[in-house]
Design a protein around this ligand. Sequence first.
Ligand code: GLC
Ligand code: CA
Length: 572
Amino acid sequence: MLLIGVPGQSHGMRLPAGLEESSVETKWWHDAVVYQIYPRSFSDANGDGIGDLAGIIDKLDYLQVLGINVIWLSPVFRSPMDDNGYDISDYCDIAPEFGTLDEMERLITEAAQRHIRIVMDLVVNHTSDEHPWFVEARKSKDNPYRDYYIWRAPRADGTPPDAQRASFGGSAWEFDEATGEYYYHLFSRRQPDLNWANPKVREEIYRMMNWWLDKGIGGFRMDVIDLIGKDVDRGITANGPNLHPYLQEMNAATFGDRDVLTVGETWAANPEVAKLYSDPRRAELSMVFQFEHVTLTHDPVEGKWKPRPFDLLALKEVMSKWQTELADVGWNSLFWNNHDLPRAVSRYGDPERYRVESAKMLATALHFLKGTPYIYQGEEIGMTNVRFDSIDDYQDIESLGLYRERTAAGVAHEAMMEGIHANGRDNARTPMQWDTGSNAGFSRGRPWLKVNPNYREINVVAALADPGSILHHYRRLIRLRKERAAIVHGDYQPLFDAHPQVFAYQRRLGDERIVVINNFSPEPVALDVPEELRGLAGECLVSNYAPHQQLGERLALQAYESFAIAARSALA
Ligand code: GLC
Ligand code: CA
């Protein structure tokens, strides 16, 4: 067993003026920046075409240069890889394609030496169908593990118990010949849902979590955690009646007395629910990953496969709502993208004409908000979506499943490809672009998913060499969060609220004031600066064109122009 603390982990920041009085206990993750690694696509050390732990260890120096404090590691556990590791067959071992438990321990240690903690992906709404619990459970109705999963008898005509659907297509019920019953799965049929109502299941999970915590990990990202309190018979999946009681029980049984970061993936959270999770007095999680800004770009009926045009006013409303609602109670996660979502610059920016400008603008707009920012691998160099012409070049179980289901139901091939190009998960999963070498320096073998052909311009080596790169812009933003308490703890006020192209806001703490202005469009903008901002002058913290140190009566912004000014707010 390996027990390590992260050197230099104390908070290090003076309690800022204006905060001493508050009851908020500051936590190390309040000014941390998280970097998500999708291991399969990050760095392949042994040349089999699949990224691995040794590859991640090789890149720790790079991550230290970037300045991040936490790695959220997508699952590396033993798995048949039906959903690239989100289907776990052994929680206490590493998938051989990723490495060994020894290498995992080495990753934890080596990361700690660089002041980086490792947050593991906890996938406990379901297991793989190859998990020994499920292998046992399906053997007979009286098997001791039967009740670890959710089984129901067929209806009289043999059809599934009800009409619930699985996220990756098809019924949520799979018939199992051996015992003549259906089992429940909200994802693929190879991802049977665990029965959280069974206290033995919960005990096993808590034991496993403690086993990992004892290895010195920095916390857990909790996969689709809002589903664990479900009530299957009433068709309630997200935000079920037992969700919060289970999380409080989990907190008490595992990480409650450890100083770790816990973040729940919660597609169904609204701010009220997010406060239940992240109000420290309730002892549940540090924060949630909520998706309201993501889902507002989806079609109300067809969902992500039919994206809506980007609407900045709607986005601003959502961003401001979460900033305001969680201002005093709870904590936000801040992100534009992850391994399930399209690339930020492709979704919200202009990857063709203004890739660098718009990627920097997006970074600035997000990183000055209150909450913990998450960077998804490759975002820091402005990686873009990919457009494979053939469906055969895609690997993602969701894209393939839905393609099959919808084209069979009459949706045109072109329409489905359009949806996959815009929102398919493989956009995020093409290999990390390290250099101009073969396969973008990701692997000397044949990558499991094709590399995006734009790697010759967009890669880490080029970004490191260019002081004006997106990467150096991210480094600066990460550093600023450590230096400026107003970014971490300041209050939030939207500016230019009704403007359809500009997302702007200010953050204030004590007499420090940071004004952040972002043009979210390729069109130039001319702004009338409101009275209370005129004459504001100070230090330009970041910009993606020439720096601005002050605001006059009028402000002209170029395409995707963005900057932040820090000032003393003696002013109005
Ligand atoms: C989460 C993961 C996603 C996975 C699903 C099922 O949404 O982020 O990648 O497919 O859960 O585990
Ligand atoms: Ca490998």
